[in-house]
Design a protein around this ligand. Structure first.
Ligand code: HEC
Length: 71
């Protein structure tokens, strides 16, 4: 699985205009986005579809909690 930081930045700040900021985002929101990418209901980012398809519920929850704590 490609590292999230490669596109979203190690601090979660994102790369403006291309890759969204993730740091400090509410865990519930992040979790919902990843579940939507996996389910194909959010289809605007093919790269994220590929990534989310390989994530388990537990991994999605863990990463969402982690990102909510980044500043
Ligand atoms: C290959 C580059 C790439 C990698 C690697 C990547 N992402 Fe993304 N991510 C994107 C792009 C592009 C978007 C969507 C941009 C848009 O919606 O305009 C996105 C969107 C998201 C969103 C939705 C953000 C929002 O504000 O709605 C979340 C959450 C997310 N990524 C989490 C992750 C996590 C967690 C990982 C690691 C498991 C990861 N990404 C790895 C490119 C990447």
């Amino acid at each position: 699985m490609p590292a999230c930081a490669g596109c979203h930045n190690p601090t979660g700040a994102g790369i403006p205009s291309q890759f969204p900021r993730l740091a400090g985002q509410h865990a519930d929101y992040t979790e919902a986005q990843l579940v939507a990418f996996r389910a194909g209901t959010r289809g605007n980012a093919p790269m994220m579809l590929t990534i989310a398809a390989r994530m388990s519920d537990k991994e999605i929850k863990a990463v969402a909690d982690y990102m909510a704590g980044l500043r």
